[in-house]
Design a protein around this ligand. Structure first.
Ligand code: ZN
Length: 74
């Protein structure tokens, strides 16, 4: 298996740093070189699968209160 390395300095370890880029409303996590700080990846701080499950449960509850079928949601 090959090891990931920084394109700028060839260092092979990385760190995750929370950052809110200028003009962004949301905090993001930068994956960056531990030595020189070059950003190699960005990910959302939100847990999207957990958010989707929460929204599905709320949708089912609303649909059940309205007497609507939830067979395509559950
Ligand atoms: Zn580097």
């Amino acid at each position: 298996m090959s090891h990931s390395k920084c394109a700028r300095c060839d260092h092979t370890t990385f760190e995750m740093v929370e950052n809110t880029p200028e003009g962004s409303k949301y905090q993001l996590t930068f994956i960056q070189c531990e030595r020189c700080g070059t950003v190699v990846g960005v990910q959302s701080n939100e847990n999207i699968p957990a958010l989707l499950h929460f929204m599905k449960d709320m949708l089912v509850e609303i649909m059940q209160k309205q007497g609507l079928s939830t067979r395509y949601v559950e």
